[in-house]
Write a protein that binds this ligand. Structure first.
Ligand SMILES: Cc1ncc(COP(=O)(O)O)c(C=O)c1O
Length: 387
């Protein structure tokens, strides 16, 4: 069948194919330990659920304004001020059905056919596909593990051509868990401004940072760079709301308005009930997030320590998110072969790094219990020792 070329060029998700194989094995009764999850293993906090029930009972079940209900946009404006030191007007906010939707809106709004979209690797799997959907070129900029997989200003500068349009930053990062500090963001911002680029700053893991470190938004570094940045954030990871589908973009009014027009004719506004729940999430006591952070940090400590004790494996210490991205090149096989073998021979599900643009690594999510983590690591260790 003839399909539109923009769809035909999309790559199937390797992440999804491994997780669906693991799921199928689980259904057959095989005892799989999965490090594949891309979502927190905690339930959505009760106060958020109550807000949704209240909205439903009150009949808040109709279309909402495309850009989001005013009280949610007000809450987002306050959040951006309080957490990130950013001043936005409500007209500079577009609420969407998840941060993924926000990212796609922004890429489609800013990139024309043939434009270069700059993506540091390792990258979140959907960014290159969003570029393809926009008929833009995904330009992958490799980073090095010695620099914690973070893009340097020099690496960025080298990748720029007259067609360069938009740079994607994701901090803390999926899949590496690494985070940019203020100084490196300032250096990157200078290159962005020098070449009139835009930045889409995906800050979805912002609340999950460890060791007392602070997340910095590149948009907060000055007015000039703020005018060239679109901040994307959402509720999935911070508030355990992956299935609710709520995210947002904040940026210059002309860009937000254009993205709003596109959303007008594609999805319209986000789910009305979810938006009411989102208002409550933003008002949530930080203690709930603190508890989640502490749990993730304890698991990170456990997994990083154990991985570094295994022959042929080395693992950086992530500063945020809930993933580790160990280097497995010492095991003598590529990431897809290892992921396949681990699933078949050790009943452990991991995601091959090649899906994120780095074949020397695998991604392991620790959004699962300490018990599972320990069992999975025991199996991994046995697998390595048997080799
Ligand atoms: C880096 C990154 N950005 C965006 C998203 C999408 O989040 P949402 O559930 O809000 O669409 C994810 C989800 O895995 C992610 O890892």
């Amino acid at each position: 069948m003839k399909l539109a070329s923009r769809v035909a060029s999309l790559q199937p998700s390797i992440t999804l194919s491994i997780t669906s194989k693991a799921k199928a094995l689980k259904q057959q009764g095989v005892d799989i330990v999965s490090f594949g999850a891309g979502e927190p293993d905690f339930d959505t906090p009760d106060v958020i659920k109550e807000a949704a029930k209240k909205a439903l009972d009150a009949g808040f079940t109709k279309y909402t304004p495309t850009a989001g209900i005013p009280e949610l946009k007000k809450g987002i404006v306050e959040k951006l001020k309080k957490d990130n030191g950013l001043d936005y007007k409500e007209t500079e906010i577009l609420v969407s059905s998840g941060a993924k939707h926000s990212c796609a809106n922004i890429v489609l709004t800013l990139c024309d056919r043939g434009d270069d979209l700059l993506i540091p690797a390792p990258y979140w799997v959907s960014y290159p596909e969003m570029a393809r959907l926009a008929e833009a070129n995904p330009v992958i900029i490799p980073t090095v593990e010695e620099n914690n997989f973070l893009l340097t200003a020099a690496e960025l500068e080298k990748s720029i051509t007259p067609k360069s349009r938009l740079l994607i930053l994701n901090s803390p990062s999926n899949p590496t868990g690494m985070m940019y500090d203020k100084k490196s963001l300032e250096e990157i911002a200078q290159v962005v401004l020098k070449h009139d680029l835009y930045v889409m700053s995906d800050e979805i893991y912002e609340k999950i940072v460890f060791d007392g470190k602070e997340h910095v938004s590149i948009a907060s570094l000055g007015n000039e760079i703020k005018e060239r940045t679109i901040v994307v954030n959402g509720f999935s990871k911070s508030y355990s709301m992956t299935g609710w589908r709520l995210g947002y973009a904040a940026g210059p009014e002309a860009i937000i308005k254009a993205a709003n027009r596109m959303q007008d004719h594609t999805t319209s506004g986000a789910n009305s009930i979810t938006q009411k729940a989102g208002v409550e999430a933003l008002a949530l006591n930080e203690q709930v997030m603190d508890d989640m952070r502490k749990t993730f940090q304890k698991r990170r400590d456990l997994i990083v320590k154990r991985l570094n004790e295994m022959p042929g494996v080395s693992c950086l210490n992530p500063e945020g998110a809930f993933y580790v991205f160990p280097n497995i090149s010492g095991l003598g096989m590529d990431s897809l072969t290892l992921a396949d073998k681990l699933l078949d021979e050790a009943q452990v599900a991991v995601v091959p790094g090649v899906a994120f643009g780095s074949d020397a690594n695998i991604r392991m999510s620790y959004a699962t219990s300490e018990e599972n983590i320990t069992e999975g690591l025991n199996r991994l260790e046995q697998f390595i020792n048997k080799k």
